[in-house]
Write a protein that binds this ligand. Structure first.
Ligand SMILES: NC(=O)c1ccc[n+]([C@@H]2O[C@H](COP(=O)([O-])OP(=O)(O)OC[C@H]3O[C@@H](n4cnc5c(N)ncnc54)[C@H](OP(=O)(O)O)[C@@H]3O)[C@@H](O)[C@H]2O)c1
Length: 324
């Protein structure tokens, strides 16, 4: 009997260790470190909110920073604010990511990029039945096609960079790019699209030592978020309620921690980490420990996800019943 117990306990201990060893051997791409100091970090949407916090953080870490957005006035204000808090001057470029020629010119002037953060984004929540197609197109153009434009403009020089240390392309998604939420049909589509782009692009640029990251912030306290909240449909507020909002500075810190370690998926809080495990799918994973959590947590987290759907559809049913 004692022998049987010993064998059973050994098996319980050995199985996770064997799984960890197996995952350590197979996870791809391999772990990487992406230095920031003295490197050129180019941030789109760097004049406001999360982008501005990213620019502050990059300057603090000793990078050469360029920011791009449409309004030159807001860019100059951002430049002044960064100089005031860090003593460092950032370069500013006024261009619309929907205008490929304008952003190509900006990228050429800025010089080869080591870390490209494509962060610009617009979000106008509304039910698709009510939303004008022009507004849908606007979100897809800025969030998704604008991201393609930026990558196309920056990639040739990034591939031929003189500094052969690992480089990064980080794309700003959203938790609405991991799960569809009422009122975010166009926004979610634009952010889910970025994930497909990222998964395929990582395979295309790994040979150039360029590493893709996808950042998934929750609601974050920014000027863009303040505007978005004024327009949220009632049901969006009910379903998305409860999480509170993060400070952009904390999102920027989490983002750079992930970028520097080449993480493909970068969650920004605990709820985001659970969402990342729930939606891991066939995404690349460099960390064997995270891969372990994904494998072991998958079933339990699926149950949690189904409970969320149960609550959300319950809220929708109740909302419609009250209106009948
Ligand atoms: N805040 C949140 O709750 C939240 C949550 C998850 C994900 N995100 C994502 O995080 C990113 C930043 O959001 P935020 O809340 O910081 O927004 P924000 O405060 O509104 O800032 C948006 C930035 O993007 C620039 N921008 C907008 N349209 C542009 C265009 N066509 N071309 C070039 N630049 C453009 C804006 O400058 P100009 O207007 O001067 O162009 C500004 O610098 C977005 O991708 C958003 O989807 C935000």
């Amino acid at each position: 009997m004692a022998d049987l117990n010993f064998a059973f306990i050994s098996l319980i201990l050995l199985l996770p260790l064997a799984l960890l060893l197996f995952l350590y051997l197979i996870v791809r791409p391999r772990p990487v470190k992406i230095p920031l100091k003295s490197r050129h970090v180019f941030i789109t949407g760097g004049s406001s909110g999360i982008g501005l916090a990213l620019a502050h953080q990059a300057a603090t870490e000793g990078a050469r920073v360029s920011i791009l957005a449409r309004s030159l006035k807001k860019l100059e204000e951002a430049k002044d604010a960064i100089r005031l808090s860090t003593g460092i001057d950032v370069a500013v470029y006024a261009a619309d990511v929907r205008d490929y020629d304008a952003i190509s010119k900006a990228v050429d002037e800025a010089g080869p990029i080591d870390v490209l953060i494509v962060n610009q984004g617009v979000f106008v929540p509304q039910e698709l039945a009510e939303q004008e197609l022009d507004e849908v197109k606007f979100m897809l153009d800025v969030n998704l096609l604008g991201t393609f434009n930026m990558i196309k403009a920056a990639l040739p020089a990034m591939k031929n960079r003189v500094d052969r240390r690992p480089a990064s392309i980080a794309l700003m998604s959203s938790q609405a790019g991991q799960v569809g939420i009422y009122g975010y049909t166009a926004y979610s589509a634009s952010k889910f699209g970025i994930r497909g782009l990222a998964e395929a692009l990582q395979q295309e640029v790994i040979g150039d030592d360029i590493h893709i990251s996808l950042i998934f912030p929750p609601d974050t306290d920014t000027p863009g978020f303040a505007e978005e909240q004024k327009k949220r449909p009632e049901l969006t507020t009910i379903i998305a309620a409860g999480g509170g909002s993060m400070k952009p500075e904390l999102v920027a810190k989490k983002a750079f921690n992930g970028i520097k370690s080449g993480s493909f998926i970068i969650p920004c809080n605990f709820e985001g980490a659970l969402l990342s495990v729930a939606t891991a799918g066939l995404s690349p994973q460099r960390s064997f420990f995270m891969a372990f959590l994904e494998v072991v947590g998958a079933g339990v987290i699926r149950i949690v996800a189904l409970c969320f759907q149960w609550v959300w559809y319950g809220s929708i049913e109740k909302w419609h019943a009250q209106r009948k």
